[in-house]
Ligand binder design. Sequence first.
Ligand SMILES: Cc1cc2nc3c(=O)[nH]c(=O)nc-3n(C[C@H](O)[C@H](O)[C@H](O)COP(=O)(O)OP(=O)(O)OC[C@H]3O[C@@H](n4cnc5c(N)ncnc54)[C@H](O)[C@@H]3O)c2cc1C
Length: 379
Amino acid sequence: MEKYTFIFAGAGLSSLMTVYEMIQSGLFSEQKILLIDANSKKTNDRTWSFWEKEGGEFDSIVIQKYQTAFFKSNRFSRKLDLQPYVYKSIRGVDFYNKIFELLSQQPNVAFIEARISNYSETNEGIAVETNLGTYYGEKLFNSLYNPNPVASQTKYPLVQQHFIGWFIKTKNPIFTPETATFMDFSINQKDTTRFMYVLPTSKTEALLEYTLFSPDLLKKEEYETGIVDYIKNLGITEYEIIEEEHGNIPMTCYPFWKHNTQNVLNIGSAGGWTKASTGYTFKNTTKKSKEVVRFLQNHSDFRKFHKDNKFWFYDLLLIDILFRRNEIGSTIFSSMFRKAKASLIFKFLDEETSLWEDLKVIWQCPKMPFLKAVWQRIF
Ligand SMILES: Cc1cc2nc3c(=O)[nH]c(=O)nc-3n(C[C@H](O)[C@H](O)[C@H](O)COP(=O)(O)OP(=O)(O)OC[C@H]3O[C@@H](n4cnc5c(N)ncnc54)[C@H](O)[C@@H]3O)c2cc1C
């Protein structure tokens, strides 16, 4: 029976990023690593966007960079100067190809395309059951998201970032390729938090996403009508849809880390690596995967991996508000983006601000809903 040191359940963003960091460190070349995924990861299933300072690790596969971005609401429109950050987009398939190419050069790393049905822990380690048989390992990185623990409790509400995106090509030039539309809340809110997100890649091509931060999903037609209306409002009459993507990202402060055991570390969205207040996961995953490698150099008990921080509490308050009073989401985000510098907001969302800087961002937001949320959490 072959036994691996590390098994990755799933080979999506968090697993590939973590194994990438393990390889970069050069510390794991003697250990057998297995990745298992039901999908061969050969097609483009998503576009990841994130902000970072110039000179990023994945710049070779970045398809577009934005130095400026619009924030719009019914009351104002502001062109944000993102410096020193740059907003970048990466196609999922380019990331998968890059990492799988690296994996193919590592004699100690294997990939199996199989559907995982279960995993269990025994005294000897981990057993991962799949449609192709059972695989054994000492440690498991689990990125298979299980919605049940979140759904079966009420202490940590679940808001979802749900969207459909169309990548379109227009007949006439209309877009400004160097400026993204980060959030456009000027669309009909229908008593929920919804906005358009536009990422142009040329004067005639852009990804347009109709996005909600809300507890309940919509029917497919409703997202699509939202995109069609928006395209019409931009004055576009002739276009074709080149690609479509959709997503439903969990925004919750549920303590996923409580499910970590000595030998199982939940990673990615399954491990709470998705920033609850925004749904962004890519950037956080680049940080967390580096943390995993540092952690493994001195520790072996995954129950010690998690660390609390103040940003978890800030996110908790925002999610509480969005869950209870979803209709005020636009007002909250608009107040935040109305005056504060984009670089400060990005630093805050990256969880790198000092307490003084936190206050500068939080102070922009409407006070009553947050005070009420604090009160409700404490009492
Ligand atoms: C369309 C879309 C766009 C997004 N855009 C952004 C963005 O712009 N910026 C950002 O920061 N975040 C974005 N996200 C959120 C987040 O970055 C992604 O969801 C990210 O892929 C999460 O990483 P993960 O490792 O947790 O999950 P995944 O990348 O989804 O990996 C999980 C893997 O598990 C596999 N799997 C699932 N079940 C099984 C099973 N039973 N057996 C075997 N394999 C299984 C899946 O095939 C998958 O490969 C987006 C998400 C989506 C869906």
